[in-house]
Design a binder for this molecule. Structure first.
Ligand code: ZN
Ligand code: FE
Length: 239
């Protein structure tokens, strides 16, 4: 399984998950169709599945055009069937979604939106976290509660430490400044920031990140309890 990272809009990432044996692919959160089409044609794959983590326009903007062009199947959370454009297949918490050689567990992780989900390709140890967990940050709480977001992050935290995390935005550099402010002596964080800056300077994505790095460096995953998490989230909103 090969992953292509596709930059979309201002700072979004969509991901093409390619099965190189069958030359078929899934796309995660196509913000817009054009860059996705470019990568599909470059890789000469058939786009069979469109996976959406949540309904925000910058994650589903390409759904309808891609579906029409490639006859792809749109997969999203059951609770968001009214607001994910072109949705064909509804998934629920803890379900194993399995098609062709693609196999992912669905985690319902509300907080950013009520219907946010993650796709965990557990065999490959890769998880697509949308706008819930970012590298060195987490999503804003738009529809859910602090408690939901805290619990959602804790679910991701329990995965195997070497799980690769593919998130919805390139926010890593701004996020790192916030983490550094709250954890200035964290050597691992300082080391990670060095690597992030190098990547950004070379116009490379800072993602994927690895769960163990996030557990040790991400202020939101380091929060000991709901109260300190909520405080951090408020501070970040005004950072
Ligand atoms: Zn969002
Ligand atoms: Fe987003």
């Amino acid at each position: 399984m090969k992953i292509e990272i596709i930059k979309c809009l201002e700072d979004n990432y969509s991901y093409l998950i390619i099965d190189e044996n069958k030359q078929i692919a899934c796309v995660v959160d196509p913000s817009e169709a054009k860059p996705i089409i470019h990568h599909i044609e470059k890789n000469k794959v058939e786009l069979k599945y469109i996976l959406n983590t949540h309904h925000h326009y910058d994650h589903v903007g390409g759904n309808v055009e891609l579906k029409k062009r490639y006859n792809s199947h749109v997969i999203g959370f059951e609770g968001d069937k009214e607001r994910i454009p072109g949705i064909d297949e509804l998934v629920v918490d803890n379900q194993i979604w399995k098609k062709d050689n693609f196999e992912a567990k669905i985690y319902h992780i509300p907080g950013h939106t009520k219907g946010h989900i993650a796709f965990h390709f557990y065999k490959e140890k890769k998880i697509f976290t949308g706008d819930t967990l970012f590298s060195l940050g987490c999503g804003r709480i738009f529809e859910g509660t602090y408690e939901q977001m805290f619990n959602s992050l804790n679910r991701i935290k329990k995965l195997q430490k070497d799980t690769k995390i593919y998130c919805g935005h390139e926010y890593t550099l701004q996020n790192s400044n916030f983490c550094l402010k709250h954890d200035p002596k964290n050597l691992k964080l300082l080391e990670k920031i060095k690597l992030i800056k190098e990547k950004i300077k070379n116009n490379l994505p800072s993602v994927p990140t690895i769960l163990v790095d996030e557990i040790e460096c991400n202020a939101f995953l380091k929060a000991k309890d709901l109260e300190s998490f909520s405080k951090l989230r408020d501070l970040k909103d005004n950072f």
